[in-house]
Design a protein around this ligand. Structure first.
Ligand code: AMP
Length: 238
């Protein structure tokens, strides 16, 4: 007679196979934009690309595949899908405008590393996040999708329409969130950081996007914004 125990053991032996059949690549994307003024006025400071100071608007940080439980895949199959800037050469002018690197290549501004390196930043975003979306987007499609998402809504304009300006004053996180939700139709995630003096400031805005990387959706889970991102925070000048 076949015992329940032996059936269970056989089912357990089949589990690795079923994982292959139903392996999850990711569930949705976070499309993350940052306020450059908040990246630059930290203790670490920032550097600009050779193309010069980026425009004073929200800038793309990344398009990040995510799971519904808040975890995310990272650095998937980099060897099979290495970053190759020549594949996105037609997108470079748009990326220079909307996806500029602000970190000082090889050190901090204080160490006289005066320029950032866009290619290095784009490679980092592709390696860590983009490679995990390879089931739906190749490198060109990934960068193009992020740039098209950026062009769908102008976050700075949305905030300014609601009297929220990057003038160094304090603004309510609730008002910032509601202004964006009204314009886009979905609640954003908001994270904060601290300037060199330790003041809390608006840092990044997370919007959720479906697996096709073209439609904004309600976030299955919002990023943790932490205690430092409640009440009133600074919106620094850039
Ligand atoms: P990620 O690894 O994609 O999760 O993003 C975090 C890393 O991106 C950190 O090392 C940040 O310093 C870096 N980073 C964030 N924004 C920028 C930016 N505008 N330019 C260059 N590096 C950035």
């Amino acid at each position: 007679m076949v015992s329940i125990k032996s059936i269970c053991i056989k089912l357990l032996m089949l589990l690795p196979l079923s994982n292959i059949w139903v392996s999850r690549d990711f569930d949705f994307f976070y499309f993350v934009q940052q306020w450059p003024g908040s990246f630059c006025d930290t203790k670490k400071s920032c550097c600009f690309p050779l193309t010069g100071k980026p425009v004073a608007n929200f800038s793309i940080h990344g398009l990040w595949p995510n799971f519904n439980d808040g975890s995310y895949p990272s650095s998937c199959n980099i060897a099979e899908n290495p970053f190759n800037q020549s594949q996105i050469i037609d997108l470079v002018p748009r990326a220079e405008k909307s996806w500029a690197s602000l970190s000082c290549a090889g050190g901090s501004k204080k160490e006289n590393k005066t320029n950032s390196d866009n290619e290095r930043f784009w490679k980092h975003e592709w390696d860590k996040h983009g490679t995990c979306s390879y089931s739906v987007l190749d490198e060109h499609a990934y960068f193009e999708a992020a740039l098209n998402l950026k062009d769908q809504f102008d976050l700075l304009q949305i905030l300014q329409n609601n009297g929220i300006k990057p003038d160094g004053n304090l603004y309510s996180i609730v008002n910032i969130s509601e202004a964006i939700e009204q314009a886009i139709g979905f609640q954003p995630g908001i994270t904060c950081n601290r300037d060199a003096l330790g003041n809390r400031q608006l840092n990044e805005i997370y919007l959720c996007v479906d697996k096709s990387a073209s439609n904004f959706i309600e976030c299955p889970i919002l990023p943790k914004s932490g205690k430092s991102c409640t009440g009133f925070v600074e919106f620094p000048i850039f």
